[in-house]
Design a protein around this ligand. Structure first.
Ligand code: FES
Length: 69
């Protein structure tokens, strides 16, 4: 496991559900290519903030991912 993976594991993207960036990236790697798909695949976006906090962060991760492809 490299440093980036460790950081991804420790960084919570969806605070309401306690879901890490690693889990979000895994969902993207498995084909979730929109924020809504990531939300449904990882059971996020449905916490008390209704995705207000994590939606933007997930979009940023998607943008970075698409740049790297
Ligand atoms: S941070 Fe994801 S639903 Fe609130």
């Amino acid at each position: 496991m490299d440093n980036q993976e460790i950081i991804d594991q420790l960084t919570k993207v969806c605070i309401c559900k306690g879901v890490s960036r690693q889990t979000i990236k895994k969902a993207i790697s498995e084909g979730a290519d929109t924020v809504e798909k990531v939300w449904s695949k990882t059971n996020t976006g449905n916490g008390s903030c209704k995705g207000k906090r994590c939606g933007e962060k997930i979009q940023q991760i998607l943008d970075q991912w698409n740049k790297g492809q």
